[in-house]
Ligand binder design. Structure first.
Ligand SMILES: NC(=O)c1ccc[n+]([C@@H]2O[C@H](COP(=O)([O-])OP(=O)(O)OC[C@H]3O[C@@H](n4cnc5c(N)ncnc54)[C@H](O)[C@@H]3O)[C@@H](O)[C@H]2O)c1
Length: 348
C-alpha cells in the first residue's frame, strides 16, 4: 500500500532523487510495481544492497521486519528511510540505532503528520513557551477498520509483524505528535482490549495516560472500532494558551499576548480563536505543505527533509532516537495494560 506512495514521492523529487528499483518478495507485486514505474524489480532486498548506484533504501514492508531490512542496508552504507513504526520492539529499534551509529549513513523514520503546517505551528508554539506552562494534551483517534481490512494481509493484526493494533499501527502518528508537542515522556498507564474484531492478536481499543518529565499529562484514546470512523483530534493545553488540530487542520489556537491580563477567572470572553491569524487560509487546503512545483503531500515534505539532511550532513526531523521515544511510549502502554500497573520508560 504505502510502497507505491513512496515510489510516487521519489518520482516527484526528480532530479534530486531517482527511483532505481522496487523490491517485493512476491514476484508478481514486484513486477507490477516495477513496470508501473518503468524500473527494475527484485524479490530479494539483498540484491539492492550490493548495487553501487543505489544511495538510499526506503523500507515499506510489514512493521516487524523493519530492522531486518534496515540493518543490512546500513551495513552496506545505504541511507535508510523507514516507515513507521521504526520496528515493533525496542530491541529491534535499538539494533537499527546501533547499525546507524556504526555507519556514516542517515536514518529517517516516517512521521509525515509532523510536517503538516498545523503540526509545525503548534510544535513551535508549545516548545517556544507561547502556551505558558503546558498542563495537558490529548490525542483522540476514533477510527474504523473492518474485519476485511485486518484479513487483507497476513501480517495485519499480528503481534509479531504489526506489533499491536489501534495504537501501534494507526495511533502511532498521533502518539508521536503528542509526545513531540509535550516533551519528555517518563511514565505510562494504559488499558487496551479487543472488543469488536476477530482473528486479530492485538487491541482494537486503547486508553492511556502519559506523564511527562515536567508533570504534564497526556491522554490517548485510540480505536479502530468506532464506526463509521471519525476524525483525529490532537490538543495541547497550557495556562497561557491552547491549540487543537483536527485532521491536520488547526481549528483552534490561542496564545495570550504579553499585555493580556494574567487570566480571566472563567476563561477569556468572546471569540479568542487566533487560528486564522497564525495560519491564514485555515479553512482551505491547509494540510498540504506549500512546496512549489511539487505534489505537496506531507510525505514529500518529509522526503525533502531527508535529502537536505543527507546533503547537509545534519539529522532529519524524525531521527531513530525520536522514533524510539515514540515506540517506547507505545510499548509502555502494552506493558502497562498487560500488568495493570504504571510503567516507567526507563525500565523498558
Ligand atoms: N506513514 C503512513 O501513514 C503509513 C501508512 C500505511 C502503512 N504504513 C507502514 O508501512 C508499512 C507497510 O504497510 P502497508 O500497508 O503498505 O503493507 P502491505 O501489506 O500493503 O505491503 C507490504 C509489502 O511488503 C512485502 N514484503 C513483506 N516482507 C518483505 C520482505 N522481507 N522483502 C520484500 N518485500 C516484503 C509484501 O509482499 C507486501 O507487498 C508498515 O510498517 C506500516 O505501518 C505507514
Amino acid at each position: 500500500m504505502i510502497g507505491r506512495l513512496h515510489a510516487q514521492t521519489i518520482r516527484a523529487l526528480a532530479p534530486r532523487a531517482e527511483l532505481a528499483v522496487v523490491v517485493d518478495r512476491l514476484a508478481e507485486r514486484a513486477t507490477a510495481l516495477g513496470s508501473e514505474f518503468g524500473v527494475d524489480a527484485e524479490t530479494d532486498l539483498a540484491a539492492v544492497f550490493t548495487r553501487a548506484d543505489i544511495d538510499a533504501v526506503t523500507i515499506c514492508i510489514p512493521s516487524g521486519g523493519h530492522a531486518d531490512a534496515a540493518v543490512p542496508a546500513l551495513e552496506h552504507g545505504k541511507h535508510v528511510i523507514i516507515e513507521k513504526p521504526i520496528d515493533v520492539t525496542l530491541a529491534a529499534a535499538r539494533r537499527i540505532r546501533d547499525a546507524e551509529a556504526a555507519s556514516a549513513a542517515t536514518v529517517m523514520v516516517v512521521s509525515q503528520h509532523r510536517y503538516e503546517r498545523a503540526s509545525q505551528v503548534v510544535h513551535a508554539a508549545a516548545r517556544g513557551g507561547r502556551f505558558g506552562r503546558i498542563t495537558s494534551g490529548s490525542a483522540h483517534m476514533p477510527w474504523w477498520r473492518s474485519q476485511a481490512y485486518y484479513d487483507s494481509a497476513g501480517w495485519r493484526g499480528t503481534r509479531a509483524l504489526d506489533g499491536g493494533g489501534a495504537v501501534m499501527n494507526q495511533g502511532h502518528h498521533f502518539v508521536d505528535l503528542l509526545v513531540w508537542f509535550l516533551g519528555e515522556p517518563v511514565e505510562v498507564f494504559a488499558w487496551t482490549d479487543r472488543l469488536v474484531h476477530e482473528r486479530i492478536e492485538v487491541e482494537d481499543v486503547a486508553g492511556a495516560t502519559i506523564r511527562f518529565a515536567d508533570g504534564t499529562l497526556g491522554v490517548v484514546q485510540a480505536t479502530t472500532a468506532a464506526y463509521p470512523g471519525l476524525g483525529t483530534t490532537v490538543g495541547v493545553y497550557g495556562d497561557r494558551g491552547s491549540a487543537v488540530i483536527e485532521d491536520d487542520r488547526l481549528v483552534y489556537f490561542h496564545a495570550a499576548k504579553r499585555d493580556d491580563p494574567p487570566a480571566y477567572d472563567y476563561g477569556a470572553p468572546g471569540d479568542v480563536n487566533q487560528a486564522t491569524e497564525v495560519l491564514p487560509g485555515v479553512r482551505d487546503a491547509q494540510g498540504a505543505p506549500a512546496i512549489a512545483g511539487l505534489a505537496a503531500t506531507s510525505h514529500t515534505a518529509q522526503f525533502i527533509d531527508f535529502l537536505d539532511a543527507v546533503e547537509e550532513g545534519r539529522p532529519p526531523l524524525v531521527t531513530t532516537e525520536e522514533a524510539i521515544r515514540t515506540l517506547a511510549v507505545i510499548c509502555a502502554m502494552y506493558e502497562s495494560a498487560r500488568t495493570s500497573a504504571p510503567v516507567r520508560l526507563d525500565d523498558l
